[in-house]
Design a protein around this ligand. Structure first.
Ligand SMILES: C[S@@+](CC[C@H](N)C(=O)[O-])C[C@H]1O[C@@H](n2cnc3c(N)ncnc32)[C@H](O)[C@@H]1O
Length: 338
């Protein structure tokens, strides 16, 4: 899974941010409140992030010689359709492991599920100390309006006209500003957020590295027998921003300081060195499927899904035999202003 690799890749940024936060703001706080937004339930990446964050804080606490047991309130958020029960089912072993790893002077960790959209309020005022989100904020609250000229494409593509590019950016700006405004109410002054978003390196809105997986998917859709109208009205509610665009929106919204930006890349294939390449393609396609299957079913119905993903697998296999495909990750670390 790419997300797992991304979480590893961004570990130093998260560690640095949370340690700084602890040294500056948290030694006297009885319960540290942490939220992971868009946590999903797949592979339980959410709990490994939480465990990593708590390890960093516990290390900072011990380094400071703070002998007081620290309690944690952890919030795992996703849309209400997320399978929270899978997460809840693994909580008891998570808590036992945490206690064992941390030793006797570890306090308590209370974990809560928070169903709802992060484009609305999720927490009380000035409640959170640290917010994390990975591979979620590129999902828009809706497909942008006014993109009917993007015929034959399902996302930004080589042939996308300028008015459609603008519509995608405008929707992202609106959504990301709303996200910042909501979090600005919920995060304490001096509190921090580390957000990793699937994005792009270039300032050009169309780049192969940020659009190609959807261009290949559009090829698979175009190979199926659908009415033209049905095909033309299917679009992906996603936007892959550049670091520059994120910086501009953060400055304009005004509630957070941008402390650090880090751009990295991961291969589409989960493990480049693995011998059996078809297994890798399967992982990649499975991951894409988990993201878009509900959108496809609601637009095209569920009878087409197997054939569609078989076609996509074939197209991905051919592409990967010929070229190296990567995802770009933009990670930003932010502090809530006074
Ligand atoms: C690709 S998964 C990332 C999961 C996890 N953070 C990781 O890194 O493995 C994206 C998640 O974002 C969630 N998501 C998308 N839009 C959301 C929204 N508006 N509010 C909350 N969660 C959202 C999806 O439901 C999905 O579980």
């Amino acid at each position: 899974m790419q997300q797992k690799q991304v979480l590893l890749l961004t570990k130093p940024i998260k560690e640095k941010a949370i340690k700084e936060l602890y040294y500056k703001e948290l030694p006297s706080i009885a319960t540290i409140c942490i939220a992971d937004l868009g946590c999903s339930s797949a592979e339980l990446n959410n709990l490994s992030v939480v465990s990593e964050l708590i390890h960093s804080i516990e290390k900072a606490r011990r380094d400071l010689g703070n002998g007081r047991q620290q309690d944690y309130q952890v919030y795992l958020n996703d849309l209400p359709s997320n399978d929270f029960n899978t997460i809840f089912g693994s909580l008891s072993s998570f808590e036992i492991n945490l206690k064992q790893e941390m030793g006797d002077d570890f306090g308590h960790c209370f974990v809560n599920g928070v169903p709802g959209s992060f484009y609305g309020r999720l927490f009380p005022n000035k409640h959170l100390h640290f917010v994390h989100s990975s591979y979620s904020l590129m999902w828009l609250s809706q497909v942008p309006k006014g993109i009917q000229d993007n015929k034959g494409n399902i996302y930004i593509a080589r042939t996308t006209p300028p008015n459609v590019l603008k519509a995608y950016y405008d929707q992202f700006e609106k959504d990301f500003s709303t996200f910042l405004r909501c979090r600005s109410e919920e995060v304490i002054t001096g509190g921090m957020m580390v957000l990793t978003i699937l994005g792009r390196k270039s300032d050009e809105q169309y780049t192969k590295e940020s659009c190609y997986e959807w261009e290949l998917f559009a090829n698979a859709l175009n190979d199926m027998v659908f009415e033209e109208e049905k095909l033309n009205t299917f679009n992906i509610p996603q936007y892959t921003p550049s670091a520059t665009e994120l910086g501009l929106i953060i400055e304009k919204e005004g509630s957070f300081t941008l402390d650090q930006t880090h751009v990295s890349e991961v291969n589409w294939e989960a493990n480049e060195n693995q011998k059996n390449k078809s297994v890798n393609h399967y992982d990649f396609v499975k991951c894409m499927r988990s993201v878009i299957e509900p959108l496809l079913i609601s637009h095209f119905g569920d009878t087409v899904i197997e054939e569609l993903f078989d076609k996509y697998m074939d197209i991905v296999r051919v592409s990967m035999a010929q070229e190296k495909n990567v995802f770009i990750n933009v990670t930003i670390s932010l502090t809530r202003k006074e």
